[in-house]
Structures are given as C-alpha cells and as structure tokens.
Design a protein around this ligand. Sequence first.
Ligand code: VGL
Ligand code: ZN
Length: 194
Amino acid sequence: MKVHLNAGDALIVVDVQNDFLPGGSLAVPLGDEVIPVLNNYIAAFHARKLPIFATRDWHSPDHCSFLQQGGPWPPHCVADTPGAAFAAALELPADARIISKATTWMKDAYSGFEGTGLNELLHNAGIRRVFVGGLATDYCVLNTVRDALLHNYPTFLLEDAVRAVDVQAGDGVRALEEMVRLGAAPIQFEAIIA
Ligand code: VGL
Ligand code: ZN
C-alpha cells in the first residue's frame, strides 16, 4: 500500500525525549532507533509544508506518576530538565508545534490529546488525517492513537518509528494489535509518497 501525503495531513511525533532514550531515567529499549526514521517522516512532511506536532511529557517534580508519590514510574521528563528535552538528533523544524502534557502533579496523561487542546489545534489547522510515531508504543503512542481514532481522524501508525517499554513481555506487540483492531493503518516510511 502506498500513501500519498496531502493537504490536511499532520505528523504527530510522540515523546521523543531524552529520559525515554537509552541512558534516560525511563529508557525505552532501542528507543533511539526511532529517531532517524522519524527524521525521514519529518523531512517528508516539512517538504510538503504539512504541519508537525511534537508531544512531550512535561511533569512537575512531584508528579503523581512517580514512585515516591505512589505512582508506577521512576521520575522522568521533569519540565525544563535535560531529561525532558527532545532528543538532540531529532530534526524538528522551527515551526513544529510543541504539545506539553501531564504538566500538573495531580494528573497523568498518556495521550497527546488529554488536557492539551490538541484536537482543537488539529481542527483549526484543517487536519483530516494524522500519522503517529514515537515513544512509547504501549503507553503514549497507544493512547494518542486511540484518541485520534475516537476523534474520527483516519490514523496511520508509523510502525517503523515506534518502540515499546514492554514492562510485561509482549506489551508492545499487543499495543500494535490493539491500535490496528481500533482502526489504525500501520505503515512504514517506504509507503509514503511525498
Ligand atoms: C510515557 C510512561 C510514563 C510515554 C510517559 O511517553 O509513553 N510512558 N510517561
Ligand atoms: Zn510520564
């Protein structure tokens, strides 16, 4: 299957932040492998002047998802720290739109749509289809794709540009199956005609 990029398409790059890369505080195994592939998608969208949205986990230092607050995760992506910065090798254009999520201590959010106004931003930008990749397959990618489908965007899952945390072995594979079951179309970069 080939996919032509058209006006109304947007790329959503999910949480490609230092803490989710090898060496980070909540490292996704092989998470850095998504970066060169995402750079290809970024270049294709940028060349067509199609908008690029980059979500980021942007937590307070006492965020409820952190272990010492009784949450499931080690501290990660604390706002304005190096761990929360986008990967240096990720080639986001200057006009990429940054979406910060789960910014207050009382609430976690795995979806880029949750509490961010992303749906309104997409709507106002005339977006009709979304292409989603990044980290992690089994958390923020899964939930962002689920919400995109709930908001009725035809949604392409960039299966060559996602990696899973795999807290339980197989979580990533199950997340991919779930996204496809919900209606996401898995694609690889070779399918893109820019
Ligand atoms: C994420 C765990 C905790 C993610 C964020 O971006 O997938 N995972 N916070
Ligand atoms: Zn988080």
